[in-house]
Design a protein around this ligand. Structure first.
Ligand code: BDR
Ligand code: CA
Length: 292
């Protein structure tokens, strides 16, 4: 089994991603670290705790960064709702177990005490991971990052949310040569209403129940009848390495204060960009793992 830590800002698609990790026998979920992003750190941490309770996982949650290294504060409440989970967070089982360590300390300790290299799936702003790399570069196993847009962004015309939320941190993380799962690929993996309807069991139905507000956003803002499960696509690659086809590109992040801030720029570091996916295969895999 692959030891795995998820760094996350739940977030509706983060919820799907956490469920996939918790329900995949290929991985041992060693913990979940939280970061600000879709909503405040208070909300993302509470959401992670409650989602793990729903999933019956005893993986520890360690709270991380409340803000970016140097970007101004923004969130995505208009996409994920004020509580980050479409207004449904408090319907999930309560859970107040929290690891006393800060996310970066938790990551360090867990990586150091693992016999096998630990995979990190980073599915929020990259602040915690950049901080970890200040002292632990080279000790991490695989690093799979959901973020970036090759052909443009989703927050500005150039920038994708996770990268834009902490551009300096993202630039540092790209220097590690991660697998980068960009929105160009996750957009091709949208799931529609029928797919959501076919999720079964307590977990599957609860996940579907988190989506109405998020679904409205995609319909209104993007004309998509369905939702994007960005983060679950990245976690699928962490769970089953090779599920996505990658191509090496030289990339960095625009950390200027201009209109391009947070965009991927060519040059910089060698990054494995996920560009190919068997879309039907992935949808079937998620459906099977998240149901029952
Ligand atoms: C990313 O931004 C967040 O809103 C999602 O949870 C995902 O991690 C997609 O751009
Ligand atoms: Ca996320």
């Amino acid at each position: 089994t692959i030891p795995l830590i998820i760094d996350t800002d739940p977030g509706v698609d983060d919820a799907f991603a956490l469920a996939l990790a918790a329900r995949s026998p290929e991985v041992d979920l060693l913990g979940v670290t939280t970061v600000f992003g879709n909503v405040s750190i208070e909300h993302t941490t509470r959401n992670a705790q409650r989602l793990l309770a729903l999933l019956g996982s005893d993986a520890p949650v360690a709270r991380g960064a409340a803000r970016a290294i140097s970007s101004p504060q923004h969130d995505a409440r208009h996409v994920h709702g004020d509580d980050g989970l479409s207004g449904m967070a408090l319907t999930l089982p309560a859970n107040d177990r929290i690891d006393p360590r800060d996310a970066v300390e938790f990551l360090r300790d867990t990586i150091d005490s693992s016999a096998e290299p630990v995979t990190i799936a980073a599915i929020g702003p990259l602040t915690n991971i950049a901080r970890l790399l200040e002292t632990h570069a080279g000790r991490i196993g695989r690093l799979v990052v959901m973020g970036g847009g090759i052909e443009g962004g989703n927050v500005t015309s150039a920038a994708e949310f996770n990268i834009w939320s902490d551009a300096e941190a993202a630039h540092r993380v790209l220097a590690e040569g991660p697998v980068l799962v960009p929105i160009d690929l996750t957009r091709r993996c949208a799931v529609d209403g029928a797919w959501l309807e076919s999720l079964t069991g307590v977990v599957g139905r609860t996940l579907a129940g988190l989506t109405p507000r998020y679904r409205e956003f995609y319909l209104e803002a993007n004309g998509i009848d369905g939702i994007l499960v960005h983060d679950a696509v990245a976690v699928a690659e962490a769970v089953r390495p090779g599920m996505l086809g990658t191509r090496r590109r030289m990339l960095g992040v625009d950390t200027s204060e201009g209109v391009g801030r947070g965009a991927l720029v060519s040059g910089g570091f060698g990054v494995e960009v996920a560009e190919e996916v068997d879309v039907e295969g992935l949808r079937g895999f998620l459906l099977e793992r998240l149901s029952g």
